[in-house]
Design a protein around this ligand. Structure first.
Ligand code: THG
Length: 383
């Protein structure tokens, strides 16, 4: 079967360039095409970890919340305290439903005093935010603007972006951003490429995300970076599964199931519940009481690392049962890769208590062979 893309499944302003640069595999994410691999995964990993890689992540859609009540709504939607979020700063901000289950794990960006972007993972936050805004009578507009992130990641990423946009980008700190119109040499106002330049990205490497604010200029932006990156070994890439498992960045909807809460997903440190017992003013957010109850229950599962013996695995098509040594199901394997860095097979598994304790020996079937799998805390530390 061939996957057909139509109006409901968007392409991005970068899709054709990514394909021309060698992307042969794609997925659908946020109803948008996400290039996911070339025919040479080793070269992709090498570019990302030793030089720089350019990724079409236009699928990371922005849900824009603007208006007089925008800050109040964003604060209520996100489990991380964003009451003091300054303009020009981004924060990783899990969102929960009323039962404390993860709805999404976006980056929240404060664009100006009354405009926020939720740069979302793969779920329909537009619907969720509109429903909460409507039910609560918030004075906001919730829209999906013409904004398309393009990522440059890797140890030379800053050199690439500095060569393309200017040396000033080196001063942007992690999770900070600057609104910038790039004027091509000899260009006029109409030739400017409107950008939000943010130091962020879904890898453990340094890098930037350029949020293109005009979808007609995607190929211009791609070409600018591609040429600037040539001296630094820039290669085409995509969100890199082995590297993101090594560095542990959560893949919402991949590593999580519909009932997973932020603690279980390993991102509990980005949830602001601490002020409850400390007598702080406490920010109110959706799912807060439920999360407190979950923490008190002792029944939470935990996403942990697995080190799995045997030959390098083929890609994981669906979650797989993990068993105790006696053969009882104790959770599911949700991500799997051969790690070049650790020279081992590594996975992420969502496990019941007490099986997630470090150094627990379990079993999992991979490529039709039963393997021993040993739990380890995240992020992996096997060097
Ligand atoms: N960039 C943008 N949008 C995104 C992602 C992104 N939307 C979808 C998805 N990725 C959201 N998920 C994440 C997960 C982790 C991080 C960012 C987005 C991340 N985490 C760091 C960490 O966990 O160490 C830092 C978090 C912090 O210190 O606040 O970067 O990648 N535009």
């Amino acid at each position: 079967m061939e996957l057909i893309v139509g109006p409901r499944t968007r392409v991005t302003p970068f899709t054709d360039r990514a394909a021309a640069a060698g992307m042969t595999k794609a997925m659908v994410y946020n109803h948008t095409v996400l290039p996911i691999g070339t025919d040479d995964p080793s070269a992709e990993y090498r570019a990302l970890t030793q030089a720089a890689a350019i990724w079409d992540v236009g699928c990371e859609r922005q849900v824009q919340i603007a208006g007089a009540d925008a800050h109040r709504l964003v604060t209520y939607l996100c489990a991380r305290d964003l009451r003091d979020l300054p303009v020009g700063v981004a924060r990783y901000a899990p969102m929960c439903d009323h039962d404390g289950r993860l709805v999404n794990d976006p980056m929240a960006l404060r664009i100006d005093e009354t405009t926020f972007w939720l740069s979302i993972a793969d779920s329909d936050v537009l619907l969720w935010a509109r429903a909460v805004a409507g039910e609560g009578g918030y004075n906001v507009e919730v829209t999906e603007p013409d904004v398309w992130p393009l990522a440059i990641q890797g140890p030379r990423a800053t050199d690439v972006v500095a060569a393309a946009l200017g040396e000033w980008v080196r001063d942007i700190r992690f999770f900070r951003f600057v609104r910038h119109d790039h004027r091509p040499q000899g260009g006029s106002d109409e030739d400017c490429i409107p950008l939000v330049v943010c130091r962020s990205g879904w890898s453990g490497q340094d890098g930037f995300e350029l949020f293109l604010m005009d979808g007609t200029k995607g190929e211009q932006l791609w070409d600018l970076l591609w040429e600037a990156g040539e001296p630094f070994g820039l290669g085409v890439g995509a969100p890199n599964n082995p590297e993101r498992i090594e560095s542990f960045l959560l893949s919402f909807g991949g590593d999580t199931d519909p009932d997973t809460d932020p603690d279980e997903a390993g991102i509990g440190r980005f949830v602001s519940l601490d002020d409850v017992d400390g007598g702080g003013s406490g920010h109110d957010f959706i799912g807060k009481a439920a999360l407190q109850a979950r923490r008190a229950s002792g029944r939470q599962r935990r996403l942990v690392g697995l080190v799995i013996e045997g030959d390098p695995p083929s890609p994981l098509r669906s979650p797989r049962s993990v068993q105790s040594p006696e053969g009882h199901p104790v959770g599911t394997l949700r991500a799997l890769a051969r790690s070049p860095r650790f020279n081992a097979n590594i996975g992420l598994a969502l496990l019941d208590p007490p099986w997630f304790e470090p150094d627990t020996e379990l079993q999992v079937s991979v490529d039709s062979t039963n393997r021993t799998a040993t739990t380890t805390s995240l992020p992996f530390n096997l060097d």
